[in-house]
Design a protein around this ligand. Structure first.
Ligand code: C2E
Ligand code: CA
Ligand code: CA
Length: 716
């Protein structure tokens, strides 16, 4: 309780649900108390209610944008000094200026590197608390010296009229290498390195403070030491009416190390270490931004997916080191192809990426026609196919290239990437060393499926599967009630959607092994959670394919897993879709009865998409009914409200618990609340995540359970 009360309060404002959730998790994990809101208007309301210690906000949001929010907070009763961190996205350089004009303290650009953002938030809070401590002791001048000299921040007092430094604390003198009497001959501006921009900003900021148009100005500047070496500092300058002779106070922190670490962290997170090219993640962000821009300005974006032919032979014949060398050379060749291209657009830095292995991607952000993508592909084919000399041997390698162009081939980045992959496989099939544009009929093409199936067979052995867990909540109390286990396949580091690989696994019967792996893994995770003190009342729902029920050993296998991990069947929920129920009813119903007798609960998934017949529902030992997300997403459109209402009424009739799936908006939530739907699952309150990222959620759940069972009220 105590730590909770003293934890810094952070207000996060962003209309992007996934950013809100991830930020919330990252900051909570760092020990902060987070409230997240989805637009400026709600953010402002939350600000007035909570008086947070810091605000992190997006710029473009409905109702009230980030600039407006910042200005509103600045002119509110308690918001004159609250640190405000703006997340700038695709808006470009001017957004940074506009953010500062609106009173933001600092900015961080998207894509958000979460560890970096947490660091930045910690730093801003620290600098701000030094300032607050200083203001507190302004009236007690005897305390001032102690505060100043104990501070690791560099602090300067400046005479506003002459601009001369009036005093500085030990940290400042130590780092600059001057004595106080030497330093008194300088203005702070004369210690700046000669950058016109920095000096200009600095002078402007001083003027703003003197004129009283602002109480505080934030900056990053570079200072020159006595020995002429330089170092970057970041901090704030405040105007002060309290101290005679001093009218400006600067509190700076030497950020040499932080900048170095940030650069390193950024590099590690977003670049491939072998080729120094952006990795898949950074590329994906750039691709997403390019698509957004293209939508706004109505132009075309192309993506080339480049895969080297028979690269495995190089590794096998010459060893991995030589293989790596070759990849480095190919990266250089691709770089030079792109440098000469007119279609790359402004983000030269992110337009070429290595996706891992021998796969590269090229982003063409300024296409005038679909054919132009082919022209770049031609150039790449020609350049990459030239002989390479590696360790005095001539090596010939060729690429196969898949091309997609948006909007023609889709507008969603995930879909486009998958389609580029499909097109690349088609290029391999038509003899390699060529390129292919995506077209619909490629899906029915056997080769892509064959390769996918081949890799799927190896996926368990290669450890490419992972289970993510999506939380489910009690709508009325907001309490966590359990999770749904969702399988993830990272195929050679590239995620394949379960919508693609699950049907394939079902057709090839691989689903039996995969399904058993999921059951074992989920039981293992449940045991791990129990060992860590997580409530045993929480359950995990596991998706089953109808095929798995044709395995005569299924029930024994599940029972053996419960025994192996010493968990109770009540923690395990079996989820089966409506169509699976219908596939071969008699056998399925027998197995479900066995599982139900064992103590598992049974959920009917995707309800509403199949037959939805009352008569067959009676035949199964059902406990839970999940309303399919296609209905939830259409709440308040068409006639779907009455369908959802009918499903809920039906479930009451049959004494079933109802879970609404895919809940994304407050509007959907309030409708479901009205209908008294008991449980919610959806991005609004939580997307699927790896267990590590669920720790804050589980910890707060344990806390709530403890409070609910404690005889003495802990809340104050
Ligand atoms: P499902 O059982 O209907 O799972 C729910 C899907 O909805 C998940 O997609 C989840 O990420 C997504 N979802 C959750 N909340 C929201 C939301 O607010 N909005 C939207 N638009 N989507 C939301 P995912 O993980 O891609 O899984 C797709 C399907 O793959 C699942 O649908 C399930 O049928 C199947 N699947 C996943 N894991 C397994 C497994 O281990 N075994 C079997 N047999 N099937 C699985
Ligand atoms: Ca499901
Ligand atoms: Ca479902």
């Amino acid at each position: 309780m105590l730590t909770k009360a003293s934890a810094p309060k952070i207000l996060v404002v962003d209309d992007d649900t996934s950013i809100r959730i991830t930020l919330n998790q990252a900051l909570t994990k760092a020990g902060m108390n987070v409230r997240a809101e989805k637009n400026g208007a709600e953010g402002y309301k939350a600000f007035c209610e909570e008086a947070p210690d810091l605000v992190v906000s997006d710029i473009q949001m409905p109702e009230m944008n980030g600039y407006e929010l910042s200005s509103a907070i600045r002119s509110s009763d308690h918001g004159a000094l609250t640190p405000f961190l703006m997340m700038t996205g695709t808006e470009g350089q001017e957004s940074i200026e506009l953010s500062y004009d609106a009173g933001a303290t600092d900015f961080i650009s998207k894509p958000i590197n979460y560890p970096l953002l947490v660091n930045r938030v910690r730093y801003i809070l620290r600098a701000h608390s030094t300032f607050l401590e200083w203001t507190k002791s302004q009236n007690q001048l005897e305390n001032l010296g102690r505060v100043l000299d104990n501070s690791s921040n560099e602090i300067f007092f400046i005479n506003a009229e002459s601009g001369l430094i009036n005093s500085a604390n030990k940290a400042a003198l130590r780092n600059l290498g001057y004595t106080l009497s030497e330093l008194k001959n300088f203005t702070l501006a004369s210690l700046l390195v000669d950058s016109t921009r920095e000096k200009g900003n600095f002078t402007q900021a001083c003027q703003n403070l003197r004129a009283g148009s602002s109480l505080k100005q934030h900056f990053t500047i570079t200072l020159r030491r006595q020995d002429s070496s330089t170092y970057p500092v970041e901090g704030d300058m405040y105007s002060s009416q309290e101290l005679p002779e001093i009218s400006l106070v600067c509190i700076f922190e030497d950020i040499t190390e932080r900048l170095f670490n940030e650069r390193r962290m950024r590099h590690l997170a977003y670049y491939d270490s072998l080729t120094n090219l952006p990795n898949r993640e950074l590329f994906f962000q750039n691709f997403k931004n390019a698509l957004l821009q293209a939508e706004r300005y109505g132009n075309m974006v192309g993506l080339l997916f480049v895969d080297l032919d028979n690269f495995k032979h190089v590794n096998d014949m010459l060893g991995h080191k030589a293989g790596d060398e070759l990849l480095g050379k190919i990266a250089d060749v691709l770089r030079s192809c792109i440098r000469n291209s007119d279609y790359i657009g402004t983000h030269m830095e992110g337009s070429l990426a290595r996706f891992g292995g021998d796969e590269f991607a090229v982003l063409l952000s300024r296409l005038n026609s679909t054919e132009e993508a082919g022209q770049v592909a031609d150039r790449i084919l020609e350049a990459v196919s030239r002989p390479n000399i590696i360790r005095e041997r001539e090596i010939l390698i060729t690429p196969s290239i898949g091309i997609v162009v948006s909007p023609e081939h889709g507008s969603d980045p995930d879909t486009l990437l998958q389609r580029a992959d499909v097109a690349m496989y088609a290029a391999k099939k038509s003899g390699k060393k060529n390129y292919q544009y995506y077209c619909r009929k490629m899906h029915s093409d056997g080769l892509y499926r064959m390769e996918l199936e081949r890799d799927l067979k190896l996926a368990i052995k290669k450890g490419e599967f992972k289970v993510n867990y999506q939380p489910k909540f009690d709508i009325e109390t907001g309490m966590l009630s359990g999770f749904e286990a969702l399988l993830r396949w990272s195929r050679n580091d590239i995620g394949v959607s379960p919508e693609i690989f699950i049907p394939l696994a079902e057709e090839s019967n691989l689903i039996l092994d995969i399904g058993n792996w999921v059951i074992d893994e989920v039981c293992r995770q449940i045991k791990e959670w129990h060992d860590a003190g997580v409530s045993k009342a929480l359950h995990v729902a596991v998706n089953f394919s109808a095929r798995q029920f044709s395995d005569p050993g299924l029930v024994d296998y599940i029972r053996a897993c419960f025994n192996k991990y010493e968990i109770s069947a009540s923690c395990f929920q079996v989820e089966l879709t409506e169509s699976a129920f219908m596939s071969s009813t008699s056998l399925i119903s027998e197995i479900l009865v066995e599982l139900s007798n064992l103590g598992c609960s049974i959920a009917l998934d995707d309800f509403g998409t199949g037959y939805s017949s009352l008569s067959y529902l009676n035949r199964f030992p059902l406990d839970v009914l999940k309303i399919d997300k296609s209905f939830v997403s259409k709440i308040n459109t068409d006639n779907n409200n009455s369908i959802v209402a009918a499903i809920v009424a039906l479930s009451y009739e049959l004494d079933l618990q109802v879970v609404a799936e895919g809940v994304e908006t407050e509007e959907q939530l309030s409708f479901l609340r009205e209908l008294k739907v008991k449980y919610l699952q959806g991005y609004l309150w939580g997307a699927a995540a790896i267990p590590e990222d669920l720790e804050p959620l589980l910890a707060s759940h344990s806390q709530k359970v403890m409070e609910a069972h404690s005889p003495v009220s802990l809340s104050m």
